[in-house]
Design a binder for this molecule. Structure first.
Ligand SMILES: [Zn+2]
Length: 284
């Protein structure tokens, strides 16, 4: 029993190449490590299969490491990939932020070269439609790739999550979230529920608040998610955001014990990716 557990642990820690050899045998249940080991995208027109929580993408493009108003960070992860519409939206976000006098943005993970599940860090980001933007508005020098691996952004939220930290939160953070929420391609933005609560306090009734959704974590970054771009017949959108600005009693749930200590995921095999993702994974 102990030996079996030790073997399982060894396999879990094994380099991605070991997992990759087992890809074909495991069909569409190929482990996340096989997706993470792919060095580059599958060339061709963009094609999203599935959804952001269980999907993949062909024809992904990479956000350049540097551009007007942004620096991509943690480049060693090779998670700068997404649908061209995502990269275009991030370019727009950085340009609009710059035009409002906001500093260079640090852009974190988009997705893997062909999307798919990740061995660590995110449950979504699988279909080339998600990106994390750090909520850091300090002026930024041009950092070397090595320095970008170790960036630290403090939380904007109080430890008990009852509100934003008044020593750190500023209306400019809200302005950045608003720019992202008003991008026409955006489906929703995830921020910590305390940030949503603060925006409700200061911006109640604003139409863009509709797209700003409360979640756990996300206290030092926001998560930007696009709708399926036009022409992506195999791409599945999430259920629409409920109508209204979301500034209601539903926000209080996030302070409950149930919300703060969610039960672990039920046991069982991970959900299977759409079958078409297997060909995208294996194509050379
Ligand atoms: Zn994210």
């Amino acid at each position: 029993m102990i030996r079996a557990a030790a073997l399982a642990l060894l396999l879990a820690l094994a380099p991605a190449s070991i997992h990759a050899q087992g890809v074909r045998a495991q069909g569409a249940a190929a482990p996340a490590a096989a997706w993470a080991a792919l060095p580059g995208p599958l060339a061709g027109p963009p094609r999203i299969v599935g959804h952001t929580g269980l999907g993949c993408i062909a024809g992904a493009v990479s956000l350049p490491a540097d551009g007007p108003g942004w620096q991509a960070v943690r480049l060693s992860r090779n998670r700068t990939w997404g649908h061209p519409a995502l990269v275009a939206a991030l370019r727009d976000l950085a340009a609009l932020a710059r035009a409002q006098g906001l500093p260079t943005l640090w852009i974190g993970d988009l997705g893997q070269p062909r999307g798919g599940p990740m061995p660590y860090g995110h449950a979504s980001h699988q279909a080339g439609l998600d990106a994390d933007i750090w909520l850091d508005l300090s002026p930024k020098p041009a950092l070397s790739p090595a320095a970008r691996e170790a960036i630290e952004v403090p939380s904007l939220v109080l430890p008990d999550e009852s509100g934003v930290d008044p020593a750190r939160w500023t209306p400019r953070h809200g302005a950045l979230i608003r720019i992202a929420a008003e991008l026409p391609e955006v489906d929703r933005i995830f921020v910590n529920h305390a940030i949503k609560r603060e925006l409700c306090r200061t911006e109640a009734g604003a139409a863009w608040l509709h797209r700003v959704r409360p979640w756990r974590g996300h206290d030092s970054h926001m998560h930007v998610r696009l709708r399926c771009p036009p022409g992506q017949a195999e791409c599945k959108d999430q259920a629409p955001v409920p109508p209204g600005d979301g500034c209601d009693a539903s926000l209080d749930w996030w302070l409950s014990a149930e919300a703060r200590h969610p039960p672990p995921r039920p046991p069982g095999p991970p959900p299977r990716l759409p079958a078409a993702c297997q060909a995208i994974l294996e194509a050379r």
